[in-house]
Design a protein around this ligand. Structure first.
Ligand code: GYE
Length: 306
């Protein structure tokens, strides 16, 4: 046995910051990339990560947060599955003096003292970008433009905000009409299922707006199965920018993709260190992102990590 002089080698008790992270689930390619980014950057930053997957259920996230409070982690971070209903559990964290960081999705609580910062995208801006692409693409169309919309998880910030941003832009011209809009829960399977129903109930669909790529990719299967050509008979715009969607864009099956960056891990770990040290952090940190058309998707694909 060696003397204890070098210390610290026995792992977690050597002063490493413990972070409890309550993830939404594994519903999409975006989410998988986000989880990987968080796990890898925690490791790089020397932060001890306790990670849970809520399978898109708020009650699971609440119990994960409660267990992190009980375990006395140093910092809690989470991506809230829906916007409402967090005050009680966040007050419990506050009482226990555990700082909370929101990542990716916001909450609608007016009490801003319940969390230190919110790191993530501007989802209203993303919806607007999708709407702007559409109004350009169909600018010279003379008749009514029939739009179907696949919404994200009901009550989630990205579903609410992407719907709103898009609606605000297309409201400028009454020829744009959302003829059907339903949740596809941000998954491929549900996107396919709901698109099948849209294709049966709607005699004429000009364009699909999907709140994420996975639902668009599921919908493409439904469109092809119905004997139609995605990207031509029905134009498609979606949000995220995962590899499979950029490939579909390069292949002409999707027409436009608005990027939402899932690689939040490194920035999150910086914030964790700062709030653990009691430092002030900005109340809102926005992610930088772009948009893809066919040419830029082809250019981006070889280096795309997710
Ligand atoms: O767009 C979707 C995922 O909250 C931004 O959640 C995230 C969204 C993302 O399931 O693919």
């Amino acid at each position: 046995l060696t003397a204890c002089g070098s210390g610290g080698s026995s792992g977690s008790s050597g002063g490493a910051i413990t972070l409890g992270f309550a993830q939404v689930g594994a519903e999409s390619g975006w989410r998988t990339a986000n989880t990987k980014s968080i796990q890898e950057s925690a490791k790089t930053a020397g932060i001890e990560l306790k990670f849970s997957d809520a399978q898109q259920k708020q009650e699971n996230q609440i119990s994960a947060i409660r267990s992190y409070i009980q375990q006395k982690v140093k910092v809690i971070a989470f991506s809230p599955v829906v916007e409402s209903g967090w005050d009680t559990v966040l007050k419990e964290a506050k009482t226990a003096n555990i700082p909370v960081i929101l990542t990716d999705r916001a909450i609608d609580s007016p009490d801003k003292s319940l969390y230190k910062t919110f790191l993530g995208s501007d989802f209203v801006a993303e919806g607007k970008k999708a709407g702007e692409w559409l109004t350009k693409e169909f600018g010279s169309a003379t008749g009514q433009v029939n739009i179907v919309e696949l919404q994200g998880t009901t009550g989630s910030a990205p579903a609410n905000d992407r719907k709103k941003g898009f609606a605000d832009v297309i409201a400028a011209d009454p020829k744009y009409k959302i003829v059907a809009s339903q949740t596809g829960e941000f998954t491929r399977a549900k996107g396919k299922e709901v698109m099948e129903a849209f294709l049966k109930s709607q005699p004429k669909i000009d364009v699909l707006y999907a709140h994420n790529d996975d639902m668009a990719l599921g919908a493409i299967e439904a469109i092809e199965a119905a004997g139609k050509v995605p990207g031509k008979d029905i134009k498609i715009v979606s949000v995220d920018g995962v590899k499979d969607a950029l490939q579909a864009l390069a292949d002409g099956k999707i027409n436009h993709v608005v990027e939402c960056n899932p690689l939040l891990g490194p920035q999150l770990m910086d914030l964790v260190k700062k709030v653990a040290a009691g430092e002030q952090v900005p109340a809102r940190i926005e992610t930088q992102e772009t948009e893809f058309d066919q040419a830029s998707a082809k250019a981006a694909l070889p280096q795309r990590q997710y």
